[in-house]
Design a binder for this molecule. Structure first.
Ligand code: FAD
Length: 412
C-alpha cells in the first residue's frame, strides 16, 4: 500500500453543537473547506449553563467571540441550598460555587452553540436533518453516504457528534466498549420560573438525588435540573418519551420541597435533556481518515464541568495541527491527540472523584452537609475553603496549554 497521502482540503464534520461549529470556524480560517452535518432538523437549544475558563476563554478570544459570549453571560449572583420548607440553609456567591476568577465567564450551552453557528453559517455548509449512513475509506479520501443527501467524497471526516457518537460506532465499534457509566443520571429542561428566581440557583438534596432550579440573566424562564444516583438503566438514548418516563418514575415518590411542581414541567418541555453521567475512554481517537473530537472522543461528563472547554480547545488544536502539517493528516492527528490526551485524562480522573459528591447516599450525611453549609459563612476558614475551590477549579481549567498556530490561510 502506498504511504503517500494527498493533502486534506475538504472535511466533513458530524455534529453541530460546540465542537463541530468551533472546528468549522478554525478550518475555514485556515483555508480548508468544512461541511457540517447535524442530525437534528435545526440547531439544538437547551442544556445547562457552561463555564468558560482558562484556555477556553483564550480560544474564544482568538475566535473573536468573547465579547458576544460576555453579552450572553448568565451573570449568576447567588447559589443557595434550601430545606424541605424552602428555607435557605446556606447561601453563597455564585462565583464561590463556580471557582471563577476575573476573565472567566458562564453562558447557556444553547447560546454558545448559536454564537458559534452564526459565526460560521455564511462560510460553512451546514446540512441539518441528516446523518452519515456509511463511510468507506480508500487511499485518497472517504466516500460518505448520507441518509438524505447524495453521496460525496471528503479528505477527512470528524465525529463531533457527542457522547453517543454515531461516527464512533461506524468506525470504532459499539458504544459499550468505550462508555463508562459513573453511577448517576442528569436531566435538565426549560420550565416556567415557578420560584421567581433572578440570576439565582437553588439546590435541594434528598437521599441519592439532587434537584436544582436556576434562572440566568435575561431569562423569563428557569432551568430545572435533576440528578440521581443509579446503576445503568437500559433505554434508547434517542427516545425522549422513555427518558421522561424514567425521570418521572424516579422522582414521583419525592414530595419534598418543590420537587413535584418542578418535575411536572418535564412532560411538556421541548428541550428536555437526559443522559447518563459517563466518560468516553478510548485508546486512540482516530483511525485512518476519521477522527473524533469533543465528547465523541473523550466525554468528561458534567461531573468534571470542563466538557465544553475541552471541546473548544480540541477544535482549536485539531484545526491548528492540520494547518501546521500542511494537510498531512496522519502527522496532524497524532499531534492533536498527543497534545490533548494528558489534560483529558486528568479531567476524567477529577470527574470520577467528583461524581460521588453530586448526590448523597444517607440522610445523616445530608444533615451533616446542610450543617456545614449553615455554619460555613460564620467560619473563619471560609476564605480558605473558597481559595481551595478556586485553586482546584483553575488548575482544571489549565490542563491543556494552547499552542500558537497563527491564523494564516495555509491549506493548499
Ligand atoms: C441539546 C443539548 C443539551 C445538552 N445539555 C447538557 C447538560 O445539561 N449537561 C451536560 O453535562 N451536557 C450537556 N450537553 C453536552 C455538552 O454540550 C457537551 O458535553 C460539550 O459541550 C461538548 O460538546 P460536543 O460538541 O462535543 O458534543 P454535544 O454537545 O453532545 O453535541 C453533539 C452534536 O452531535 C449531534 N449528533 C448526534 N448524532 C448525530 C448524527 N448521527 N449525525 C449528525 N449529528 C449528530 C447532536 O444532535 C449534537 O448537536 C448537551 C448537549 C446537547 C446537544
Amino acid at each position: 500500500m502506498s504511504t503517500k497521502t494527498s493533502p486534506v482540503r475538504t472535511v466533513l464534520i458530524s455534529g453541530a453543537s460546540i465542537a463541530g461549529p468551533a472546528l468549522a470556524h478554525w478550518l475555514h480560517r485556515y483555508g480548508f473547506t468544512p461541511t457540517v452535518v447535524e442530525r437534528a432538523p435545526e440547531l439544538r437549544s437547551g442544556g445547562y449553563k457552561v463555564d468558560l475558563r482558562g484556555e477556553a476563554v483564550e480560544v474564544c478570544e482568538r475566535m473573536g467571540i468573547m465579547d458576544e459570549v460576555r453579552a450572553h453571560s448568565t451573570d449568576m449572583q447567588l447559589g443557595a441550598y434550601v430545606d424541605a420548607d424552602n428555607r435557605v440553609v446556606g447561601e453563597m456567591p455564585a462565583a464561590f460555587f463556580g471557582g471563577r476568577v476575573d476573565g472567566d465567564d458562564e453562558i447557556m450551552r444553547g447560546d454558545l452553540a448559536r454564537i458559534l453557528y452564526e459565526r460560521t453559517r455564511d462560510d460553512v455548509e451546514y446540512l441539518f436533518g441528516d446523518s452519515i449512513a456509511s463511510l468507506t475509506e480508500d487511499s485518497d479520501g472517504v466516500l460518505v453516504t448520507f441518509e438524505n443527501a447524495p453521496p460525496r467524497r471528503f479528505d477527512l471526516v470528524v465525529g463531533a457528534d457527542g457522547m453517543h457518537s454515531h461516527t464512533r460506532r461506524l468506525v470504532f465499534g459499539d458504544e459499550e466498549r468505550f462508555r463508562r457509566h459513573l453511577g448517576a443520571y442528569i436531566s435538565i429542561f426549560t420550565a416556567p420560573n415557578d420560584l421567581e428566581l433572578d440570576r439565582r440557583e437553588v439546590y435541594h438534596v434528598v437521599v441519592d438525588k439532587m434537584v436544582c432550579a436556576y434562572s440566568s440573566q435575561g431569562q423569563q424562564t428557569a432551568r430545572n435540573m435533576f440528578v440521581f444516583a443509579s446503576p445503568e438503566i437500559p433505554y434508547d438514548h434517542r427516545d425522549t418519551a422513555a427518558q421522561k418516563r424514567i425521570l418521572h418514575n424516579t422522582f414521583a415518590q419525592n414530595e419534598s420541597w418543590e420537587i413535584p411542581r418542578l418535575l411536572s414541567h418535564a412532560a411538556s418541555a421541548d428541550d428536555f435533556y437526559f443522559d447518563s453521567i459517563s466518560l468516553i475512554e478510548m485508546d486512540r481517537w482516530s483511525k485512518g481518515r476519521v477522527v473524533l473530537l469533543g465528547d465523541a472522543a473523550h466525554c468528561v461528563s458534567p461531573a468534571a464541568g470542563q466538557g465544553t472547554g475541552l471541546a473548544l480547545i480540541g477544535a482549536y488544536t485539531l484545526a491548528g495541527e492540520l494547518a501546521a502539517s500542511r494537510g498531512d493528516f496522519r502527522q496532524a492527528l497524532d499531534a492533536y491527540e498527543r497534545h490533548m490526551r494528558p489534560g483529558v485524562e486528568h479531567t476524567q480522573d477529577f470527574a470520577r472523584k467528583f461524581v460521588t459528591q453530586m448526590t448523597v447516599d444517607r440522610q445523616w450525611k445530608i444533615r451533616l452537609r446542610l450543617l456545614m453549609l449553615r455554619t460555613l459563612p460564620k467560619m473563619p476558614w471560609r476564605n480558605l475553603i473558597a481559595k481551595k475551590i478556586t485553586e482546584d477549579v483553575q488548575k482544571a481549567a489549565h490542563v491543556v496549554p494552547l499552542k500558537g498556530y497563527g491564523a494564516g490561510r495555509v491549506a493548499a
